[in-house]
Design a protein around this ligand. Structure first.
Ligand code: MLT
Ligand code: ZN
Length: 488
């Protein structure tokens, strides 16, 4: 239906869940029956986050099938003052895609915007809609001999729109950068329902403010990303993966320095795991087996990749590891000899969050420090947390190659989950105090969401936060886009 037929008044009659019935009825005429869910049993899974930190309530989940439908819904919400929570795969670690508890917000899901619009293997570009999962996008690129060089543990569910809205990082940042570095163009529905088509595929385009980067990392507070042009890379022709056991984070860093000195350009991932984190994976994830003879205090997963056939990565890996073994940097290592072994090693890393969840309640600190400071940070933050909460189980892991550590804390054995989670701010603040001493960031790749806006004044206050607030007010004057997220 045309926008002009939508109600133009502020809510008066509200349905049982908070959004005016007239608004929901009009939305139904825009998106059709399959584009709107209103039954609480249908909407509930969308209203809770993956970590189960937030149980929100939405009067409806809207699932438009096209950008035009989505734009018409947003225009209607703008006129009726209805707040919107944009949602992709709902894999946020910080409650960035869940509504509040009073039912006054609508969830706007991109799940049905799932078309691959174009793949140009010569230009190395992929134009896709927001609801395509990261995994599906990777596979589409691979089918044409290309690589979408972004990989995160939740890639089977995370959707491109959310990946960009949160500027996801992941395992390959060390080589290819974050999501922000991989986007050439965007299509965005603005908070008044206008569609901005910025789907350009250019490597160079120096024409004023870089608008696409404003929306990348904005966590749905400035508009809804509906499609994107992603930069591809040539597919690797050779890959080598190893799992290494080391005694300390210092040793892990020394190993990284050695790989860098040898051939920095071939490192596509360099990941750190702790002995405790690995023991949770082996305990809780069916089929997970440590391919080393003896457990170690820390583990490193190193992946080398090259688009050049015959690059000799397997030999290079072996040589570097052998020397490290001789120099007592390394305890033990297993180099994958098949795709299946490679996948099994990666699984040990990627199941870390899931295993931790199965072990019990955890408080996550997604922090970054300069790469050279990671070992010092881990030592000091561990001491601070153990002093604060005797018995707490420290599980640091993550992307040591780019300085991003998930400094996660697991509840003490035998403690109450609720008691532990109630102390999340105290714990996060203690960790962040160390992060500050190490010139780091309190949120490296998970964003701010609903969990961390309270930290913003302290970390980004003054001119920075004021600028962000002015941008928000200019683009979303009605404040309808993802209220309560990102900004305090
Ligand atoms: C990961 O890298 O696996 C996730 O970002 C980590 C987390 O659970 O904190
Ligand atoms: Zn991560």
């Amino acid at each position: 239906m045309p926008d002009s037929a939508a109600p133009n008044t502020a809510p008066t009659d509200t349905d049982r869940a908070g959004v005016p019935t007239a608004v929901l009825d009009t939305i139904r005429t825009i998106v059709g029956d399959r584009g709107i869910l209103t039954e609480p049993t249908d909407t509930a899974p969308y209203a809770e986050d993956w970590r189960r930190l937030y149980q929100g309530r939405a009067s409806a989940v809207i699932r438009p099938g096209t950008t035009a439908e989505l734009a018409a819904v947003v225009a209607l919400c703008a006129r009726s003052g209805t707040p919107i929570v944009p949602q992709g795969g709902n894999t946020s670690m910080v409650g960035g895609a869940v509504p509040n508890e009073d039912g006054s917000e609508l969830i706007l899901s991109t799940v049905r915007l799932n078309r691959i619009r174009d793949l140009d293997a010569a230009d190395l570009t992929l134009t896709i809609e927001a609801g395509v999962t990261l995994k599906a996008a990777q596979l589409a690129a691979a089918e044409q001999g290309c690589l979408l060089p972004l990989s995160i543990s939740s890639e089977g569910s995370a959707q491109i729109g959310g990946v960009l809205a949160t500027n996801a990082g992941g395992n390959n940042t060390v080589r290819y950068g974050n999501a922000r570095d991989l986007v050439l163009g965007l299509e965005v529905v603005l908070p008044d329902g206008t569609v901005w088509n910025g789907l350009r595929r250019l490597r160079k385009d120096n024409t004023g403010y870089c608008l696409r980067q404003l929306f990348v990392g904005s966590e749905g507070t400035l508009g809804v990303i509906t499609a994107a042009v992603m930069k591809l890379a040539p597919q690797p022709k050779e890959t080598a993966v190893a799992l290494c056991g080391v005694n300390s984070a210092e040793a892990a860093l020394s190993l990284f320095t050695r790989f860098q000195a040898h051939d920095a350009a071939s490192i596509s991932a360099f990941e750190l795991m702790s002995g405790l984190g690995m023991s949770f994976v082996v305990k809780h994830i069916p089929g997970a087996v440590l391919p080393l003879e003896t457990p170690a205090p820390f583990y490193v997963l190193v992946e080398l990749a090259s688009p050049r056939p015959g690059a000799g990565l397997r030999d290079m890996m072996e040589q570097i590891l052998e020397r490290a073994l001789g120099d007592d940097i390394l305890n033990d290592a297993a180099i994958a000899e098949s795709d299946a072994q490679r996948a099994a090693i990666w699984r040990l890393r990627e199941e870390h969050s899931e295993a931790q969840k199965r072990e019990g309640a955890s408080v996550k600190n997604d922090v970054s420090v300069p790469v050279s400071k990671v070992p010092g940070f881990i030592r000091q933050a561990t001491a601070a947390c153990e002093a604060l909460l005797p018995g707490v189980r420290v599980v640091p892991f993550g992307h040591i190659g780019d300085g991003n550590i998930h400094f996660n804390l697991e509840q003490p054995v035998g403690s109450e989950a609720a008691w532990f989670l109630a102390q999340d701010h105290v714990i996060m603040d203690a960790v962040n105090q160390v992060v500050r001493e190490y010139d780091g960031s309190f949120s490296a790749e998970h964003g701010i969401g609903r969990l961390k806006p309270y930290m913003m004044p302290d970390w980004r206050g003054g001119t920075e936060l004021a600028l962000m607030q002015r941008i928000k007010a200019a683009i979303d004057p009605g404040g309808i886009m993802n209220p309560g997220k990102l900004l305090p």
